[in-house]
Design a protein around this ligand. Structure first.
Ligand SMILES: Nc1ncnc2c1ncn2[C@@H]1O[C@H](COP(=O)(O)OP(=O)(O)OP(=O)(O)O)[C@@H](O)[C@H]1O
Ligand SMILES: [Mg+2]
Length: 259
């Protein structure tokens, strides 16, 4: 396990010092239905067999907020501000009560999504990129972010064969298309563009998720094994400043300048 210094993404929490934490924070990012849960389950078993203690955490899973978020989403009346603040509260609760304590105790924390999910979704919903990043200034910067990358064409059958298209994950709240299929295609294309821009901004390790479960798992394991052996992926120093502007930000700027 590494005695690596952790740091906050932005201003941090005034009452909480992170500093050296024995554990490792590994994030699996990727869009809705890409296969994060499938991969995390297999990674957890693989790490545990090697003797590592693993703690799983995931987006919307805080005991404090998960029910509230589901109820709020069922009403279909959230706007970008209320949506963001609910998710950031879920994240804050898990960070303080699950993630940091587990890192302090030397666990490997496998996080199913992290603040980058909010960066992508908020951008597509029209939030200011800087505002979103400042909201997450208290986040601990992960040690490794593995990004499961897929294209919309290959995502669609994967989602249709499993849980089907959900209202929010299809971007129905943004009224992008005539029906849920059309909306899903357009919304997910925008989300994926944002993810790609963020991957570049932050320096994710990108894994091609268009392949079989096993092929993806092998890649993820080899990245994690290299990380645990002390190799570090090339990473830009992530701070709350927006280094590269996301597609949505550029689109807003282009519209403002349109004559
Ligand atoms: N590489 C793959 N190829 C084909 N199907 C896959 C692959 N990975 C996962 N699946 C299937 O796709 C579906 C979604 O997988 P999974 O639940 O792991 O995704 P997820 O990213 O966790 O989804 P969610 O965003 O809903 O949490 C499941 O039915 C799973 O069996
Ligand atoms: Mg899942």
């Amino acid at each position: 396990m590494h005695d690596a210094d952790k740091h906050f993404y932005g201003n941090g929490l005034p009452y909480l010092k992170v500093g050296p934490l024995k554990g490792s924070l590994i994030v699996i990012e990727g869009t809705d239905g890409v296969g994060r849960s499938t991969q995390i389950e297999a990674l957890t078993r693989w790490l545990e067999v090697q003797g590592y203690g693993v703690v799983n955490t995931g987006w919307t899973r805080s005991p404090l907020l998960s029910e509230t978020i589901n109820e709020a989403k069922a009403g279909h009346e959230l706007n970008v501000t209320t949506f963001s603040l609910l998710y950031v509260a879920d994240f804050a609760d898990r960070l303080e009560n699950q993630i940091i304590p587990a890192l302090r105790a030397g666990f490997i924390v496998l996080a199913d999504r992290y603040m980058y999910t909010a960066f992508a979704r908020n951008a597509v919903m029209g939030a200011d990129a800087q505002w979103t990043r400042k909201l997450f200034g208290f986040a601990v910067v992960p040690d490794l972010v593995l990004y499961l990358r897929i294209d919309v064409r290959r995502l669609i059958p994967r989602v249709l064969e499993s849980k089907g298209m959900d209202y929010w994950e299809s971007g129905m709240h943004l009224k992008l298309g005539g029906d849920i299929f059309d909306s899903f295609r357009r919304y997910q294309a925008r989300i994926l563009r944002e993810y790609d821009a963020i991957a570049d901004e932050v320096g994710f390790v990108t894994v091609d998720a268009c392949r079989s479960v096993d092929a993806i798992q092998q890649d993820l394991r080899s990245h994690i094994a290299r990380y645990l052996a002390g190799e570090r992926p090339a990473r830009r120093r992530a701070t709350a400043g927006v280094r590269r502007q996301s597609a949505a930000t550029l689109r807003t700027a282009a519209r403002a300048k349109m004559r």
